[in-house]
Design a protein. Sequence first.
Length: 107
Amino acid sequence: MAKTAHSLYFLGFFICFIVSFSCVKGKTWCVAQVGAPKDRLNAFINEVCPHLACGPIRRGGKCFEPDNAYNHGSYALNLNYRFNGQCDLSFATLAVTDPSFLGCHYP
């Protein structure tokens, strides 16, 4: 039993170290929470995109597809996070894995 507890302690420490190291290196992204309200995400997009470079989520942009509030909102949330340092945790979350996919690159 003591050996198992020691192994779990080490595993927990290792996971915390990896997550902390990722955050310290600035490798975090602000993305929409799963189940975030579409109307709130759309309102956020409409609020920040006139001031930030949201071209990739516009029709024809590299991040337009899939065309839904969750993906577009995540891109806009991350842009705001990069430029203003803010991630509204009431409907967004910080991620330690890069949400970029295919030709869509999250800054």
